[in-house]
Design a protein around this ligand. Structure first.
Ligand SMILES: Cc1cc2nc3c(=O)[nH]c(=O)nc-3n(C[C@H](O)[C@H](O)[C@H](O)COP(=O)(O)O)c2cc1C
Ligand code: SF4
Ligand code: SF4
Ligand code: FES
Length: 596
């Protein structure tokens, strides 16, 4: 039977955490009750991208985007939309409808109109548990083309012609890396998919694995064919249970169809994939530490060279590629290097997926052509900052990256431009920082993370990150001096230049970039004993301004009862009793409470 409507239910981790898990059973129940279950196809998909507005239900053929859907809404959607054919306007995502109440096409919705989905081409559209749906969207055609029509060297040349660079952070040319491993003769070679994704705030790779696991498997198989490996590993962190489950299903389905295993497509190429679970250590995302972890050793980095392409897993030539890189590989083999290279800029080809977070309206997953400006991502796709607050900076690259100030927002996103601005592409975390954030406090947060995650092997990183963290604590407490800021900068440069691996080399980046662009904020902490963002508790002094309307909310909610005032009268804070929890400031409806 051909169903008259397809109901796509976003089942990405974000939507599940917001209650999407039981939406399907609600649909089953109400469609059955209405006697139309057979006419409607229910599809659980991966992330649609607009996580902040989830859970999402999208109904085709009309393409209606229902946002913030709750269990109780399903009865109405079934009865009104699917039974009577009437769209439930109050549940439609605001931006997916015109003022004339017409449903917008997918690419007319502002969030999507500036995006180009290559790596995410199937995310939110197909059921990741059904290999047939991947195949129906031209899945495994790239692999077929590689195995049946191209030599391994031709595949590598195609990759080089595409200009694809690694999406795991470093931006190394993928084809060139493959060529090194191809040229290294060995009885055994390996390919590894790096799905460790340890940056706080990054969830691109998780979303890709949950929403389109076959795209990654296919990319890994193509890499294996190109370099002469018959075994691949996917190293994925144990905190990603849904991604692991989807991968297991995908691998078993690919095996069943003969797309994995012996003599794939009758080409004589054998390939097997094994999943290895990481315990959630950030350093295990670094390629040599990752290899040590797969080998059963402690996740610690080692010196390079030799690079893994020469001496990797169990001493054999090994290629390690990021999840998003591999999802691009399968697309490139199918659409062709020429088409792919048309997207992006001269030096940065294709697209980049970002997980957009922090103080932004449309937090979620976005994929934009390289060369798109940060301003376009933040204001046109991300919808800007809630309550029209002033943007202060954008942190790209997570704990290894840096803060890009508002004045550089019109800079195109490319590997090189981001480095010039004191940051890096990283794997794709993009955190929006507004006027209410404190740069010293953000540095402290990232340094606390790197102190915890340093593997401890080399002294500059092990001791240096700890010392930098302590210095930031002193500055944020108001006890620091201008000399402390200079010493912090000096130490940061020393740790950067002398650490063994990328973790220590990049850990000082947040400090260095914030000192470059926001030095006056650090100085305010030590000279004026003031935190301009109103975040560092020892430096906060709350005051109620004349804008107070006497609503009493602050007094009612203060946990230590230190706010007094009568209804409709100006209120007052007893600063000697105030514990600076900030509840009153957050709750005030007219922003009458300020930090001075
Ligand atoms: C501390 C640290 C953590 C890293 N974490 C990841 C990660 O989670 N995922 C990833 O793909 N690459 C990560 N990398 C980069 C890898 O070492 C490696 O360059 C990358 O997996 C290569 O794949 P690509 O060429 O496709 O980018 C990390 C590097 C460092 C120094
Ligand atoms: S900051 Fe906390 S303790 Fe201080 S006045 Fe406000 S609610 Fe009370
Ligand atoms: S919540 Fe704001 S407006 Fe209400 S009494 Fe307190 S300061 Fe005044
Ligand atoms: S997980 Fe549903 S929109 Fe991202």
């Amino acid at each position: 039977m051909i169903e008259r409507a397809h109901v796509l239910i976003c089942s990405g981790s974000m939507c599940v955490s917001r209650g999407a898990k039981s939406l399907r059973s609600e649909f089953e129940e109400h469609l059955t009750r209405l006697g139309i279950r057979d006419e409607i196809k229910l599809v659980n998909t991966g992330c649609v991208g607009l996580c902040e507005q989830g859970p999402f239900v999208i109904i085709y053929p009309e393409g209606v985007f229902y946002a913030l859907v709750k269990n109780k809404d399903i009865k109405t959607i079934c009865e009104e939309h699917l039974y009577k054919g009437r769209i439930v306007e109050k549940l439609v995502f605001d931006e997916a409808m015109t003022d004339e109440k017409e449903i917008k096409a997918f690419d007319e919705i502002k969030f999507y109109s500036k995006q180009t989905r290559v790596a995410l081409r199937n995310c939110g559209l197909i059921n990741p548990d059904d290999i047939e749906e991947y195949i129906a969207r031209d899945g495994y055609r790239g692999l077929g083309k590689a195995l049946l029509e191209m030599t391994p060297l031709e595949v590598i040349e195609e990759m080089q012609a595409s200009g694809l660079r690694g999406r795991g952070g470093g931006g190394f040319p993928t084809g060139l890396k493959w060529k090194f491993a191809y040229q290294n003769e060995s009885d055994q070679k390996f390919v590894i998919c790096n799905a460790d994704e340890g940056d706080p705030g990054a969830f691109m790779d998780r979303a890709l694995l949950e929403g389109d696991p076959h795209a990654v498997l296919e990319g890994l198989m193509i890499a294996g064919y190109a370099i002469g490996a018959d075994k691949g590993y996917i190293y994925v962190r144990i905190e990603y249970p849904t991604a692991i489950e989807k991968l297991k299903i995908a691998i078993s389905q690919a095996k069943e169809l003969g797309l994995l295993g012996k003599n794939i497509f009758g080409s004589g190429f054998d390939f097997d994939i094994e999943i290895r679970l990481g315990a959630g250590a950030f350093v295990c995302g670094e390629e040599t530490a990752l290899i040590a972890s797969i080998e059963g050793g402690r996740g610690m980095s080692r010196n390079k060279p030799p690079f893994p392409a020469a001496k990797g897993l169990w001493g054999k030539p090994t290629i390690i590629n990021n999840v998003e890189t591999l999802a691009n590989v399968s697309a490139i083999l199918y659409i062709g290097a020429k088409e792919f290279a048309k997207i992006g800029t001269e030096k940065s080809k294709g697209t980049k997926v970002f997980s957009l977070g922090g103080n932004i309206k449309n937090a979620g997953l976005v994929e934009v052509p390289m060369g798109t400006t940060l301003r376009e991502v933040i204001y046109e796709i991300g919808g800007g900052i809630p309550q029209n607050k002033q943007l202060k900076a954008v942190q790209t690259g997570g704990p290894s990256g840096g803060a890009i100030p508002e004045s550089l927002l019109d800079m195109p996103i490319e590997y090189e431009t981001l480095v010039e601005a004191g940051s890096m592409m990283g794997s794709g975390g993009m955190v929006v920082i507004d006027e209410d954030n404190c740069m010293v406090d953000i540095c402290r947060f990232y340094l606390e993370f790197t102190v915890d995650e340093s593997c401890g092997k080399c002294t500059p990183c092990r001791e240096g990150t700890k010392k930098m963290y302590e210095m930031l604590e002193i500055i944020s407490s108001g006890e620091g001096t201008l000399e402390d800021i200079d010493r912090l900068e000096k130490l940061a440069k020393m740790v950067k230049s002398s650490s063994l691996c990328g973790l220590g080399q990049a850990a000082p980046n947040p400090i260095l970039s914030m000192l470059e662009h926001f030095r006056e904020e650090f100085e305010a902490h030590v000279v004026d004993k003031r935190c301009p963002g109103g975040v560092c508790k020892p430096l906060i002094h709350l005051e109620i301004t004349k804008d107070c309307i006497g609503c009493t909310k602050c007094a009612t909610n203060c946990p230590v009862d230190c706010i007094s005032g009568s209804i409709k009268q100006l209120h007052e804070i007893d600063t000697s009793a105030c514990i600076k929890c900030g509840i009153c400031k957050n709750i005030c409806p007219v922003d009458a409470i300020i930090s001075v």
